[in-house]
Design a binder for this molecule. Structure first.
Ligand SMILES: *[C@@H]1O[C@H](CO)[C@@H](O)[C@H](O)[C@H]1NC(C)=O
Ligand SMILES: *[C@@H]1O[C@H](CO)[C@@H](O)[C@H](O)[C@H]1NC(C)=O
Length: 306
């Protein structure tokens, strides 16, 4: 019997298809760094109009990525309430605990915080080095706090009106500090001493009372610290806080940049050194607080997640 040419095990088109499938599977499992999200004031982990859609968008754009949107509390109602009323230091400890227990984050993660969630995630970076945070993306965060609450995002305006009154009548009293989240990043440039002595959260993470070398070392171990400022922001006052700037002390009109601040000049947080190493990224977006398009997100923030 004559033997024909040896037949390939499969049709070559099929074979190419098989290789393609293998490479797609390999890409899917070539683990992209997980992403942790922290929502803003009056929001929650899973709102389909905010964090829910961001999570979905990232999952669509970065196949196989693990995205954890932090829920502070047991359910979305608690999570939303806690964004107004839970001691921020306790919130940060709660988040650290969650991240530490998540086996998928063991090898490290990137973090993206929205509005106040951004400064809270910076506190996570400074206080909780394990698991390691690689890149921190701050989307409209207030790293030097706020002095004013001109407008509330979303539908919580009645709560905001109430909060505004409390803040104006005594942000640095112990009762208000303990129970009002926004008081804990209230930064009154006219009463610098009060701020330094009584701000339970922001003055601590910004090294206003003592310089904690651990905070500095931990923050400096970030690969990148990306800060997005919204050019037409009508919620955050002053807007330059989104780039870690603030009012010059003693008045509330003239602002200074991070680079002009004593925090930077004394380098209490390692930011000057990070800046020189090219680790600080300052981005601007047209639009009001947290208003951006998918195309902008795609082009501007996704490269840090891939
Ligand atoms: C510095 O920060 C670390 C981490 O949060 C903390 O354990 C330590 O007590 C802090 N030290 C001071 C002097 O505040
Ligand atoms: C975002 O980028 C992806 C490709 O990575 C593309 O498929 C998608 O259409 C883009 N979306 C927008 C709105 O630009």
């Amino acid at each position: 019997t004559s033997r024909g040419p040896v037949k390939p095990p499969m049709d070559s088109g099929l074979f190419v298809g098989f290789l393609l499938l293998l490479s797609i599977a390999a890409r899917g499992s070539s683990v992209s760094t997980p992403l942790v999200l922290w929502h803003g004031m009056g929001d929650n982990c899973c709102n389909p109009l905010s964090m829910g859609s961001i999570k979905k968008m990232v999952e669509e754009e970065v196949p196989g990525i693990y995205v954890l949107s932090l829920m502070i509390g047991k359910n979305v109602v608690q999570d939303t309430e806690n964004s107004f009323f839970m001691d921020v230091n306790e919130q940060v400890a709660f988040a650290c605990d969650k991240l530490g227990q998540d086996p998928k984050l063991k090898a490290g993660y990137n973090a993206m915080g929205f509005s106040q969630g951004a400064q809270f995630l910076r506190a996570v970076a400074q206080r909780c080095p394990y698991p390691p945070m690689n890149t921190l993306i701050s989307v409209g965060g207030q790293h030097q706090g706020v002095y004013g609450l001109p407008r509330c995002p979303g539908e919580s305006s009645y709560i905001c009106d109430w909060i505004r009154k409390k803040l104006n009548s005594g942000a640095y009293t112990d009762a208000v500090q303990k129970h009002l989240v926004q008081a804990q990043y209230w930064h009154d440039p006219l009463n610098d001493d009060l701020y330094i002595q009584h701000s339970l959260f922001l003055a601590d993470i910004n090294q206003e009372r003592v310089v904690n070398d651990t905070y500095k070392k931990n923050l400096m171990s970030l690969k990148k610290f990306v800060m997005v400022k919204f050019l037409q922001d009508s919620v955050v006052d002053p807007v330059v806080s989104e780039w870690f700037g603030f009012f010059k002390t003693g008045q509330a009109e003239k602002a200074e940049t991070l680079q002009e601040s004593t925090l930077y000049k004394e380098d209490r947080l390692g930011l000057a050194e990070m800046d020189k190493a090219g680790k600080l990224v300052f981005l601007a977006s047209e639009g009001d607080h947290l208003q951006f398009s998918r195309a902008w997100f795609n082009a501007t923030l996704l490269p840090y997640l891939r």
